[in-house]
Ligand binder design. Structure first.
Ligand code: PFF
Length: 442
């Protein structure tokens, strides 16, 4: 079996976790959802919910040693067939990939833009970005195709020579870029404004919407509830300390989000006091800020978007792997074919996602107040917590107690173990069910 090394596993899992969610989504969500209060709930969720589910998901893969469906089936003591249906989670990744790959395409476009003249003034920049989204479908499809090829290439090479190897390169470079930009941003006068924007909670802004977005985002950002972590953990070397590995993943993921958030707002506030620019934050506002730095700005823009591209690719790879593992087994096919089948699905739906923003076609791909892109994003934020509930209940109630205790006894003391199980059995499912119902019926 082509197992990860321990370090390779951490790299790949951090690579899965650290993605567009940290550098593109987190910063604009902070502004949209009222600043520090959102950050506080998000951090709270990572610590009290995220890490517990992360350990549970890793454990299922580590003990089950199969793809998503297989691991549940092997470990379930009864209702194996039903638990095997948890394999739907693997398809959540494919679903996310449809828009994820499109956004990676936008990033490629901004990498090219960094070599030329960056937009001057927010209005110009907004027009540039919006016209790209609403009319330039050929470049968008080309960049989406490029993202598809890179992702397919890495996944075809497999766990060890594809995913592990790619992450050994992508992760350190990404961390260096984000940290380097962060250190540079300290020299800006606006650094302290950014810090207080991110860390000063204004509790009057806290409402159930903010809380739900924070919980949903916590799942998205550490890649929980769709079987990525489970699938990677099936290739973990025996005797890995799962608890430690989970802490590292949560730590790096949170650190990158916070560093990126503070850095981006330090840059932004050096130019304007307007924080809320939604998903266009890194594509509309940041290039204008970089432009005001002259040639240095082109360089900053280039490394920022290259970093974002690396973050996107390492996560995109992890979104595809669960379904590929599953298809290899059920279709008894080669890895290459499994990648092509699943890849073509996200590639084609991705093209529809692109057309759902194009002026002349969007009316056919819009239902209610959302186009296809927004629907997929919206549904994802429901599917991941649903996956989280299933994993929590499975470890909390179904895994034999003996097996649990034997596996975890060297990794947690008794009190922590009991708190963890209680959390998985009751607190997490109740909180997540409440969250899903609220989102569906609001
Ligand atoms: N965690 C990734 C991000 O923050 O961009 C996205 C993601 C990857 C979600 C893999 C879920 C997943 F399984």
């Amino acid at each position: 079996m082509n197992n990860f090394t321990k370090l390779g596993f951490i790299m790949a899992t951090v690579g899965a976790a650290v993605g567009l969610g940290n550098i593109w989504k987190f910063p604009y969500m902070v502004a949209e959802q009222g600043g520090g209060a959102f950050v506080l709930i998000y951090l709270f969720t990572i610590v009290f919910v995220g890490i517990s589910v992360l350990i549970a998901e890793m454990l299922i893969g580590y003990l089950g040693r199969g793809d998503v469906g297989q691991s549940f089936e092997v470990l379930a003591t009864k209702n194996k067939y039903l638990w095997g249906k948890s394999v739907f989670m693997a398809f959540t990744g494919l679903f996310i990939l449809t828009f994820y790959s499109v956004v990676i395409g936008w990033i490629v476009r901004y990498i090219f833009l960094s070599f030329g003249s960056l937009p001057v003034g927010i209005e110009n920049s907004k027009e540039l970005f919006e016209s790209f989204l609403s009319s330039d479908f050929i470049p968008q499809i080309s960049f989406h195709t490029l993202a598809f090829i890179v992702v397919a290439f890495i996944v075809i090479k497999g766990i060890k020579s594809g995913i592990e190897k790619a992450n050994y390169f992508l992760m350190p470079v990404l961390m260096l870029i984000i940290f380097g930009l962060f250190v540079y941003s300290i020299s800006l006068d606006s650094f302290s404004t950014s810090l207080s924007f991110i860390f000063n909670p204004d509790f009057s802004k806290l409402n159930s919407d903010v809380m739900l977005s924070a919980v949903g985002h916590a799942f998205f950002t550490i890649s929980l509830g769709m079987g990525t972590i489970l699938t990677y953990s099936a290739s973990l070397p025996k005797k890995t300390n799962i608890v430690k590995a989970s802490f590292w993943v949560a730590f790096f993921d949170t650190a990158v989000a916070l560093f990126a958030g503070v850095m981006i707002y330090a840059f932004l506030f050096s130019y304007t006091s307007e924080a809320n620019s939604g998903p266009g934050l890194v594509f509309i506002s940041l290039p204008v800020v970089f432009e005001s730095f002259g040639v240095l700005g082109n360089f900053l823009s280039l490394i920022f978007f290259v970093g974002l591209f690396f973050a996107g690719i390492s996560s995109a790879v992890s979104l595809l792997e669960p379904v590929v593992m599953y298809l290899i087994r059920v279709l008894k096919t080669s890895r290459a074919k499994a990648v092509i089948y699943s890849g073509l699905f996200f590639y084609i739906v991705g093209i529809l996602v692109i057309f759902s923003s194009i002026d002349s076609t969007k009316e056919y791909l819009t239902w209610g107040d959302k186009n296809l892109f927004d629907w997929i994003d919206h549904i994802t934020y429901l599917l991941l917590p649903l996956g989280g509930i299933i994993m929590s209940l499975f470890v909390g109630f179904v895994l034999p107690r003996e097996l649990l205790i034997n596996t975890m006894k060297n990794q947690m003391n008794k009190v922590v173990f009991n708190v963890w199980i209680f959390n998985l059995r009751f607190i997490i499912p109740i909180a997540l069910i409440w969250m899903i119902l609220d989102k569906v019926f609001s």
